[in-house]
Design a protein around this ligand. Structure first.
Ligand code: M6R
Length: 608
């Protein structure tokens, strides 16, 4: 989704803004623009395309001036054109504005402003904000902004400057925005990576708050203009984590980080026969024993993690679980009460649908536990408790390390609930903890198969379709494998429960259809999956199997074998998904796709 970076200080603003904007590219965008103030002179440059290309074409970085705002746009209102790219201005050209979000009452406001003589240059909802500020401007920018904001319905994160004021105004409602506090300089940004190299001190703006930044000061106000004091927080991530670190793409780097990430996710949260998350989960033992139902809400890959979580929790903690697409949850009047726990899963913590589902559940009395990667995000702040995945910044649009770390947190919750409810005896808790501790090394051994997986990708990268099959706890892994391939390589892929194939998709099978089957060894579905593989083989399908190391049975009947070490049934998905991530990555690279910035996709989907 769109990204904002703003700067006010002693340094030249443009290089800082463009450097920050490049760090936000992963959010997904189609055009970009920048504006600086050089001694009351307004300089604006914008165009469609990638920042790098625009910079080459019209040189964004060498603009003069120490105050500026910049933006990368993911179109919502109005086509992808230079005119619709931000910043936008008022009639006088003195008020400049960048915006993330959607103004829902924009057409009504636009006709009102047009009647008053305002002339619009773009088709965007954003431009009306500049004119609304102009309409209310009587020499005090903050007052004009406050009056304008009162008229807006919808979501916004805003950066606003005026050519006659040495200040930068930021405002937020339902769209993330942070203030970075430097020494003699201050920043605004949609996300942490943009300012990570410049400061680690941040203030997270809340809904209906504005901030007035000068180079030496930051003041916060509510929409009535009442001054607010807020805690300055320290970002734990470091600038190196947001670099590619020698890898060709962030996606590959993040796949390879998984052993280290998982070690971090479990660090300090395990004892020999205990899981130490009671302080984070903030539920008393009595409350845990009273849980009647768990609803997991999430989107995309995080939803797949929820499906795996459903198996974990029902099997080990014996609590009924439903997994809901967050986008559907609140449109069917869900039955939720005070004995329902809702687990919201989100890497970014800003997914609009997940946030809306969380609010709906909270309104109905449910306790909200969230599993989030980005500290200070909206979902983090609005939950009763948060268990952080500690995956570090995930920049690749295709989620990889966030997924496996979400699974680890779900496992920790499961074992903890099972223990407290008395359904997992101490010995079993001990075994489950031991299984978990094996994971980082086992993941490392899967990653060592990298070249072998790459060779397989070479044989399949020209295909146009693929089917992914799995059963039981591996069905969500089939979904996740298919999603990874789709989003980065644009190959049509479907994930299906292996046995359901007979009820329709089997018609698709011929020698051109690669079928990826998760066929790891267990006592539950393994034998059945072997039969499903035979069904594919007898119709000429080409089978690539993810199988347990040393398994001879699968090897005999499939065409391609990718191995993972054995762990418990419940933890195998964390290993089985890695070859699928690598496979999707290499197929996409071989097809020449922009792996870290797939077309049409946004890293954090902040609009519904
Ligand atoms: O930040 P979230 O985990 O809430 O994001 C949810 C989805 O948008 C996300 O997982 C998306 O499906 C990814 N592109 C998958 O790789």
């Amino acid at each position: 989704m769109c990204g904002i970076v703003g700067y006010i200080g002693n340094r030249k603003a443009a290089p800082i803004l463009i450097k920050g904007l490049k760090k936000l590219e992963y959010r997904g965008y189609d055009s970009a623009g920048i504006c600086t103030l050089n001694d009351k002179e307004v300089i604006i440059k914008k165009d469609i395309g990638k920042i790098e290309e625009i910079d080459k074409k019209i040189s964004l970085t060498n603009l003069e001036g120490n105050i500026g705002i910049s933006h990368c746009r993911w179109a919502t209102h109005g086509a992808v054109t230079k005119e619709n790219a931000h910043p936008h201005t008022d009639c006088s050209g003195k008020i400049l504005i960048v915006h993330n979000g959607i103004i829902e009452n924009y057409s009504e406001l636009k006709s009102e402003l047009e009647k008053k003589g305002h002339k619009f240059k773009s088709e965007t909802d954003t431009e009306i904000i500049a004119h609304l500020v102009e309409e209310n401007y009587k020499g005090n920018l903050k007052e004009a902004v406050l009056k304008a904001l009162k008229r807006l319905e919808g979501s916004y994160a805003l950066g606003i400057i005026h050519s006659e004021h040495d200040e930068l105004i930021a405002a937020r409602n339902e769209s993330p925005l942070i203030i970075g506090m430097g020494d003699g300089e201050n920043f605004i940004s949609s996300d942490v990576p943009a300012i990570l190299g410049d400061t680690k001190k941040v203030v997270y703006l809340d809904n209906k708050e504005i901030a007035v930044l000068t180079k030496d000061n930051v003041e916060l106000f509510d929409l009535d203009g009442k001054k607010k004091d807020k805690k300055v927080e320290e970002i734990e991530w470091n600038a190196e984590q947001a670099q590619k670190g020698g890898f060709e793409h962030f996606m590959l780097k993040e796949i390879f980080e998984q052993p280290q990430v998982i070690s971090e996710t479990i660090n300090g949260r395990l004892e020999d026969s205990d899981v130490l998350i009671n302080d984070e989960i903030k539920l008393s033992e009595k409350e845990i024993k009273e849980i009647k139902r768990i609803i997991i809400v999430a989107c995309g890959t995080s939803w797949h993690a929820g499906l795996v979580g459903e198996f974990m929790i029902e099997e080990l903690a014996k609590i009924p679980v439903e997994v809901e697409y967050a986008s559907e949850f609140r449109y069917r009047d869900p039955i939720v009460d005070k004995n329902t726990v809702v687990i919201a899963i989100s890497q970014s913590g800003e997914t609009a649908d997940t946030l809306a589902a969380l609010r709906e559940a909270k309104k109905k009395g449910a306790k909200i536990i969230s599993i989030v990667n980005v500290k200070g995000s909206s979902i983090d702040r609005e939950s009763d408790s948060t268990i952080y995945t500690r995956a570090g910044p995930e920049i690749g649009v295709a989620s990889t390390k966030a997924f496996t770390s979400q699974l680890v947190v779900l496992y920790l919750i499961t074992v903890y609930f099972g223990k407290v409810k008395g359904v997992l005896p101490a010995e079993q808790v001990r075994n489950r903890v031991r299984d978990l501790r094996k994971l980082p090394l086992q993941m490392q051994s899967v990653l060592e198969e990298n070249d072998y997986i790459k060779l397989h990708a070479k044989q399949f990268y020209k295909k146009t379709n693929a089917l992914y099959l799995g059963r039981g706890i591996n069905y969500p892994i089939a979904l996740e494998g298919a999603l990874k391939l789709k989003e980065v390589s644009y190959i049509h892929a479907e994930g299906y429960p292996a046995a359901e194939m007979k009820h329709g998709p089997i018609a698709l099978i011929d020698k051109e259809m690669p079928v990826v089957v998760i066929a790891t060894k267990d006592n539950i579905t393994y034998k059945k999956v072997l039969s499903n593989i035979q069904e594919v083989k007898s119709r000429g399908g080409v089978v690539i199997a993810i199988e347990s190391k040393g398994d001879e049975e699968v090897k005999k009947i499939v065409d391609h074998n990718l191995y993972v070490p054995e762990n418990s049934y419940i933890l195998t998905p964390l290993l089985a998904v890695i070859p699928l991530q690598l496979f999707a990555y290499y197929v996409a690279v071989m097809r020449g796709c922009d792996v870290d910035r797939p077309r049409n996709l946004a890293k954090a989907v902040c609009v519904e």
